[in-house]
Design a binder for this molecule. Structure first.
Ligand SMILES: Nc1ncnc2c1ncn2[C@@H]1O[C@H](COP(=O)(O)OP(=O)(O)OP(=O)(O)O)[C@@H](O)[C@H]1O
Ligand SMILES: [Mg+2]
Length: 336
């Protein structure tokens, strides 16, 4: 019988699935399109299929994000979404394969929120389920800037939130989180463009502009032409947006993250703080892809800052080691 060993991370914006031996096999929006036209609410589309309709939905169709800031908001819909994604990656003809799963969870969950994860995953019926903190899983990926036996600092800048964790030998020493992430930055960009230019854009467009030309470099000359709604005439016009016009909302939000990292470092023990000063900090999560982040943080924090390769999927990559070393998996689950 075939065995699938999968690690899943349900992010506020994206769900990512890693398969042992194969790598990333799925990364799709954590998004559901609901059809309200009939009496009972019906799940119409999930993931990338739902995303394709975004902005073009009919009045009877609504979008739901079942997980926000890492917290399950709707158990039933989260279960449906997880099953849909798992079925996309698990291929079989007659006999259902055995599925072992590691769930990469946020560090900031309360015990009730953790119970919701258990409810979702235990009700699906996997052969084995283990819950591992996202930052611990990330710390197991082979990072050149990571030293075993020393305290390391990991910062996961996601869509809904940012999580800061210090880790030593796969064990979390301390962690904190703030509700600043890519989604808030998109909202601030849209508000800022309306206030300063009277351009009305959706947060989806703000996100695209941010990803294309968003930057923390004060001298960045990038620009992008997009369609906006002119607030004066209420008609669509073509406008050129420059990186400089976006810098204020981007800077302010990354500065909040930076201040929280500073406060976190100040609360570390002198020994842990020294290790982190020696080795620097590791940034991951999609939000760490903003241009100029390493230099910006480095300049103010006065320590080395590294954005990992493919930062948006690091939270599942370390599961490869856990699948191949059962005692390490047990250790990581028990110790955290
Ligand atoms: N080039 C870029 N510049 C800035 N932000 C980016 C870039 N590329 C992606 N992002 C942001 O990364 C975020 C998605 O990252 P990620 O997949 O780590 O989040 P998530 O896991 O869904 O959310 P969370 O961990 O908060 O629940 C989005 O908000 C997106 O706008
Ligand atoms: Mg995430």
């Amino acid at each position: 019988m075939s065995v699938y060993e999968l690690c899943i991370d349900i992010g506020s914006n994206f769900t990512t699935i890693y398969k042992r031996g194969s790598g990333i096999v799925l990364r799709e929006p954590s998004l559901i399109l609901i059809d309200n036209s009939i009496k009972a609410m019906k799940v119409d589309k999930i993931g990338i299929e739902a995303e394709k309709i975004n902005g073009k939905n009919s009045a009877s169709q609504t979008f739901v994000k079942p997980v926000i800031e890492g917290v399950i908001k709707n158990i039933d819909l989260t279960k449906k979404m997880v099953m849909y994604f798992i079925n996309k990656v698990v291929k079989y003809k007659f006999i259902k394969p055995t599925i072992k799963i590691i769930v990469s969870i946020p560090t900031s969950l309360t015990s009730e929120q953790y119970e919701d994860y258990k409810t979702v995953f235990y009700s699906i019926g996997f052969a084995s389920i283990d819950f591992v903190y996202n930052c611990v899983c990330a710390s197991l990926a082979d990072l050149p800037y990571f030293s075993m036996g020393k305290a390391n600092l990991l910062v996961n800048i996601g869509a809904g939130k940012t999580e800061i964790s210090s880790i030593i030998n796969n064990k979390i020493i301390s962690a904190c989180s703030l509700n600043v992430g890519g989604n808030l930055i998109d909202k601030c960009i849209a508000e800022h463009l309306q206030k300063t230019k009277n351009y009305i854009i959706s947060t989806n467009i703000a996100c695209k502009v941010k990803q294309e030309i968003g930057s923390l470099y004060e001298t960045d000359k990038s620009n992008l032409e997009i369609m906006v709604q002119n607030g004066d005439t209420n008609s669509p016009i073509s406008a050129i947006i420059t990186a400089q016009e976006l810098i204020k909302p981007i800077y302010e939000n990354y500065f909040k993250i930076l201040q929280t990292i500073q406060a976190f470092l100040n609360q570390c023990s002198p020994e842990a703080a020294q290790d982190i000063r020696n080795d620097g900090i590791v940034l991951y999560g999609g939000g760490s892809l903003i241009t100029g982040l390493e230099k910006f943080f480095k300049k103010i924090l006065q320590l080395s800052v590294f954005v990992v390769d493919k930062p948006e999927v690091l939270g599942v990559i370390g599961s490869e080691k856990l699948f191949s070393n059962y005692s390490l998996l047990q250790n990581v689950v028990e110790e955290n």
